[in-house]
Design a protein. Structure first.
Length: 274
DNA sequence: CGGGCGGCCTGGAGGC
DNA sequence: TGCCTCCAGGCCGCCC
C-alpha cells in the first residue's frame, strides 16, 4: 500500500482538514493491530487536545497536538484514513475512530491490521523505539549521492535491498525501489558496496525524482490505496517496470523480468540495467 | 554486526 | 458456484 508519496499525500489532506480541530475521544473497536492499541492511553494523551500540525517521519504520520503530544499512525500495507460524518455507518475494518468537533470523525481502517496507532509525549520523540534507528529522509538535502556511497561501502547486499533498508534511508518501498533502479540503469542485484560514486549520485537523483513525481501525482494507486476523501493517486500510470512482467521495456523493448529478492518482487530490464 | 527469512493478517485474482 | 493457491506496496524479530 502506502509508500512514502502516498503517506505524504495523506499528510497534506490531513493538514488541510484537521488542523485546529479537537480530538474529543478515541474509540478503539479492534485493538489487535501490528501492536496492541492502548485505548485508555490514547484517550488520556489525545482526548480533548487540539491538532496543531501534521508531520511525517519515514512512513509514520505524526499528528502533533497542543500540549506536547504526538499521535503516530502507520498505515502498514492496507491502512486508510477517512473523514466521515459522525453516526454514518461504520465500514468493516474501521478499527479506530477519532471523534472530532463539527459532527465529523476520522476513521482508521485496515483490513490486514499491519498498521499501528499510538500516542506519546513529544519528549520521547528522539528515543522512540520505532523511530530511533531510522535513516535519512530521501527527499531532504541530507540524502545525496556521496551519502549513499559512504553508507554502502563494504555492504554485500543487493542494491535494491539496500535502498529499502530503513536503517540507511527511509521511505523507499518496493514499487519505487524498482522504478528508481530502472531510471538509474542499475541492475537491482548489484551489490551495494560495488557501486561507484557516480552511480550512487545517479541513483539518489532518480530516487528523489521518482518520489517527487509520485508525490505530485498524489501517489500510486494499486489495490487499496486511497486518499482521505477516498480518491486515488495517478502515478500507477507512470510506472515503467513495476508490475509489468513480460511487457516490453520502455527503453529497449525487451521483456521486463520479475525476480524475487528478500521475499519481494523486483521488476527490471536485463538489457537496460547492468 | 550484517544479512536472510518467516510471520503477522485479510482479501482479490486466477486456475481448476 | 466453490475451493485452492498465490500474491500483495511494511516492518519486526529471530536466526545464522
Amino acid at each position: 500500500m502506502p509508500e512514502l508519496p502516498e503517506v505524504q499525500s495523506i499528510c497534506k489532506s490531513l493538514a488541510e482538514s484537521i488542523i485546529g480541530e479537537v480530538i474529543h475521544r478515541v474509540i478503539v473497536r479492534e485493538s489487535g493491530l501490528r501492536w496492541e492499541v492502548d485505548a485508555p492511553g490514547l484517550n488520556r494523551l489525545v482526548g480533548g487536545r487540539c491538532v496543531s500540525s501534521i508531520g511525517r517521519r519515514a512512513k509514520y504520520i505524526l499528528v502533533h497536538l497542543e500540549g506536547g503530544v504526538i499521535l503516530m499512525i502507520h498505515l502498514g500495507m492496507s491502512g486508510r484514513l477517512g473523514l466521515h460524518p459522525s453516526g454514518s455507518p461504520l465500514a468493516k475494518h474501521d478499527h479506530v475512530v477519532f471523534e472530532l468537533g463539527g459532527g465529523r470523525e476520522l476513521r482508521y481502517n485496515d483490513p490486514r491490521r499491519f498498521g499501528m496507532v499510538e500516542a506519546f509525549e513529544k519528549s520521547h520523540y528522539w528515543t522512540h523505539p520505532r523511530l530511533v534507528h531510522l535513516g535519512v529522509e530521501p527527499l531532504e538535502g541530507e540524502f545525496e549521492g556521496e551519502v549513499l556511497y559512504r553508507l554502502s561501502r563494504k555492504s554485500r547486499v543487493a542494491v535494491k535491498s539496500f535502498i529499502m533498508d530503513a536503517r540507511r534511508v527511509v521511505g523507499v518501498g518496493n514499487i519505487y525501489a524498482s522504478e528508481a533502479l530502472f531510471a538509474a540503469g542499475i541492475n537491482p542485484k548489484t551489490r551495494a558496496g560495488r557501486l561507484g560514486l557516480s552511480r550512487c549520485v545517479r541513483l539518489v537523483e532518480c530516487i528523489k525524482e521518482i518520489l517527487n513525481r509520485a508525490v505530485l501525482s498524489g501517489g500510486t494507486t494499486l489495490r487499496d490505496f486511497a486518499n482521505l476523501d477516498g480518491g486515488s493517486g495517478y502515478f500507477s500510470e507512470q510506472l515503467q517496470v513495476y508490475g509489468r512482467e513480460g511487457e516490453g521495456c520502455p527503453g529497449c523493448g525487451s521483456g521486463i523480468r520479475r525476480v524475487v529478492q528478500s521475499n519481494r518482487s523486483t521488476y527490471y530490464c536485463v538489457k537496460c540495467q547492468r
